[in-house]
Design a protein around this ligand. Structure first.
Ligand code: ATP
Length: 141
């Protein structure tokens, strides 16, 4: 069974949406396998977002992501990588489809980085890399 790394970003924690987001993940039928709530240090975030280094939203993104506690989750289920990205909706919350986490619960606040509540790994390779980064003590089969 597949695993993905989900982050409830600091905007989701600040807005009191951890429960609502986990509810949607569980209601879909996926299983929460691991969870922790903490403020991420910039070291983890620079590794997590290394593909975006140099982009205009990179610095605001790292600052935003370290601005308060976030909830890191390992979520499990067949095709969960694809399934969670479908639950989350597209990156831009303004146009994310209603019915999705971003479409229902997020919007544009006029800030340099999109505050779109959640992150989900985009491939098996990123899932493995990101789970190892956020949950270094976990054995990955
Ligand atoms: P995530 O990786 O967080 O699941 P994603 O895959 O939809 O989101 P990425 O392209 O990996 O998006 O970008 C990472 C994050 O950077 C986005 O979730 C968003 O918060 C921010 N971001 C991406 N593109 C832009 C942009 N053009 N303008 C503002 N913020 C952006």
């Amino acid at each position: 069974t597949e695993r993905t790394l989900v982050l409830v970003k600091p905007d989701g924690v600040r807005r009191g949406l951890i429960g609502e987001i986990i509810r949607r993940i569980e209601a879909k039928g996926y299983r929460i396998a691991e969870a922790h709530l903490r403020t991420a240090d910039r070291d983890v975030l620079t590794h997590h977002y290394e593909e975006h280094k140099g982009k205009p939203f990179y610095e605001p993104l790292v600052s935003f992501m370290s601005s308060g506690p976030l909830m890191a989750l390992v979520v499990e289920g067949n095709r969960v990588i694809e399934g969670f990205r479908s639950l989350a909706g597209t990156t831009d919350p303004t146009t994310a489809a209603p019915g999705t986490i971003r479409g229902d619960l997020a919007r544009d606040w006029g800030l340099p980085v999109a505050q779109n509540l959640v992150h989900g790994s985009d491939s098996p390779q990123s899932a493995q890399r990101e789970i190892a980064l956020w949950f270094p003590h976990i054995h990955q089969g």
